[in-house]
Write a protein that binds this ligand. Structure first.
Ligand code: NDP
Length: 377
């Protein structure tokens, strides 16, 4: 039946019974049946496990991509990584055993390349997204037309599962162009492939994020809303874990998930947390939106590296709203990690050299106002 995963335990093959007992304990074989009735053999055995599934991850070269590619590849799934830029995909090659990662060149406007990327897969993840328009792709091209082409390819080859990564606040009637195009993208995906699983992550933090790294970076932080926007930051690794669980649980098909962290922060509060962690004060400049929007448009169209965009200025004025009907981490049995518990890990590179050899201050030390000492010499 669609939506039901069957797990059948196979008798241990003769070949295995000749191996020493210690190996048999770890070789665990299962056969699962996908929605379309395809049997998937899985064998657990460390880095050389056989995950059985073939997964395509669009947008794998971005920040979140590595956390799902790595999880799939190390459990032995074959991961197809459609890419645009040779250098952007290199780090993914070592995410799994030799041959587990298959790279395919793809263009979002080339339907043939999209179809080639999906047609051998059991699940397709679409992580493609952009915060700002570029000279070749505006937000509609990426979030709507791109989604449409991918969903059509998924439907054409009757792929078992399609997981579409959208965004928090995605809403086709939003005043922000980013949220509006993301919301419309969700609708298109569901129209074309009704069993689409929609994932709406909150702003994510992690090693390569654009949240903590921007606040801790040396350049002034320019905003238009005095950092008043509120949201529930989520750990990228938790989102990767949730995406992997969706592969193994067919009841997640046709559901919408809001993936957010345990605590609501304003951007200002996170900025103070970052300053405290790196022992530096980063300057924050506020430019009103009536000046910032045309400036952002100008910068975005004339500078060739990512700066800001009108879409990003608009988003500063919209707090994160959680859809009460959507499922969450709880439904996937995942306890999301608190931002505060990870800031030291992700920000230690920004600390002054004076502090590099010491752990963060404990609560007791903070109360006693104990000062850090340089203990090397
Ligand atoms: P990144 O910006 O780091 O990565 C985006 C990915 O999309 C990259 O692999 C990029 O490819 C690809 N991409 C963008 N435009 C195109 C295009 N025109 N054609 C082909 N590929 C394209 O995003 P994240 O990993 O941070 O986020 C993943 C998803 O989650 C995105 O959809 C994002 O909108 C969404 N999201 C992210 C949040 C966050 O805090 N990071 C919060 C909420 C939602 P390439 O490397 O070739 O440029």
């Amino acid at each position: 039946r669609p939506g039901v995963t069957l797990a059948v335990r196979l008798p241990t093959p003769n070949r295995i019974s000749t191996l020493p007992k210690v190996c048999r304990r770890y070789l665990n074989e299962d056969v699962r049946i996908t929605r379309t009735g395809k049997p998937i053999l899985t064998v657990s055995g460390g880095r050389s496990s056989l995950g059985g599934y073939t997964a395509t991850v669009f947008g794998a070269t971005g920040f979140l991509g590595r956390y799902i590619v790595n999880r799939l590849a190390r459990s032995g799934c074959t991961v197809v990584v459609p890419f645009r830029e040779e250098m952007a995909k290199r780090h993914l090659k070592v995410a799994g055993d030799l041959g587990r990662i298959v790279f395919l060149e793809m263009d979002l406007r080339n339907t043939q390349s999209i179809e080639e990327s999906v047609r051998h897969s059991d699940i397709v993840y679409n992580l493609i997204g952009r915060d700002y328009p570029t000279k070749n792709f505006d937000l509609e091209d990426v979030h709507m037309e791109g989604t449409e082409r991918i969903a059509e390819a998924v439907a054409k080859y009757d792929i078992d599962r399609y997981v579409h990564v959208s965004s928090y606040n995605a809403d086709s009637s939003s005043s922000s162009e980013f949220y509006r195009t993301k919301g419309r993208g969700e609708e298109l995906a569901r129209e074309i492939y009704p069993e689409t699983t929609i994932v709406r992550p909150a702003p994510m933090f992690g090693h390569e994020d654009r949240l903590l790294n921007t606040l801790a970076g040396v350049s002034n932080v320019i905003t238009s809303n005095y950092m008043q926007e509120r949201f529930w930051p989520v750990h990228a690794i938790d989102v990767g874990m949730a995406l992997e669980k969706m592969l193994h649980d067919d009841t997640t098909a046709a559901e919408t998930y809001e993936l957010y962290g345990p605590t609501n922060y304003s951007m200002k509060e996170i900025s103070e947390l970052v300053d405290g962690e790196i022992h530096k004060h980063r300057r924050h400049v506020n430019i009103p939106p009536r000046v910032m929007k045309p400036l952002a448009k100008y910068l975005n169209s004339y500078l060739w590296w990512p700066t800001t965009s009108t879409a990003q200025v608009e988003r500063e004025f919209i707090d994160q709203v959680i859809d009460p009907k959507a499922k969450t981490f709880k439904d996937l049995d995942i306890e999301p990690i608190e931002l505060k518990s990870m800031t030291y890990e992700y920000l230690k590179g920004y600390r002054s050299a004076q502090y590099y050899d010491l752990p963060p201050m404990t609560e007791r030390e903070k109360k006693e106002e104990k000062k850090y000492l340089h203990v090397i010499d």
